[in-house]
Design a protein around this ligand. Sequence first.
Ligand SMILES: [Zn+2]
Length: 242
Amino acid sequence: MIGRRESVSGAHFAFTDRWGGVSAAPYEELNLGGAVGDDPGAVRTNRELTAKSLGVDPARVVWMNQVHGADAVVVDEPWGDRPVPEVDAIVTARRGLALAVLTADCVPVLLADPVAKVAAAAHAGRPGLVAGVVPAAVRAMTGLGADPARIVVRTGPAVCGRCYEVPGTMRAEVAAVEPAAHAETSWGTPAVDVAAGVHAQLERLGVRDREQSPVCTLESADHFSYRRDRTTGRLAGYVWLD
Ligand SMILES: [Zn+2]
């Protein structure tokens, strides 16, 4: 269920895998995405199961309506009856409020400054890398008092640069913005390494305490992969502060 979990000075980071939930194929088992065609009741149950296993109140988890953009929004409370905003990064200074990001190949980025008590979750696919969603999240965090030198970042399971094949023109467009994302598939064709690009952006911003998941979603049977399966579930990354 929880593929990886870590706590750093009162900041908590967790990434799910695909097992331990109640969804039926092709969303088996722990689909956490509400917009992929799965039974909404199963998704609700999966979200509750995951929150409980993390020790988080399911009603205090904030989700996004992710659109591959670069907008970041500060949040103090769950959305409640309000529409879930179309953003790809959420930032909070509210302790105990868990921020969640959904992915199935894109890079889930969890950030926290344990001293300033500011956290953020961001969704970085190829468009988000180019648009700068992760730098936008860091800017929003610094606006709440975070210091890049103290920000801890964990990126979760994502399609790797040896698997993410793209047309050569697309690789060139991405590499023009972020050279570190220039990659080649294991079979020798143009590719993009989104995680490498995200980490390069963070390095330039002075965010040094970073770790990258070694898991490639496309290669791992324990993770959802959109590129591999098309109709499939979504993994989630969670970050929150004591
Ligand atoms: Zn791979």
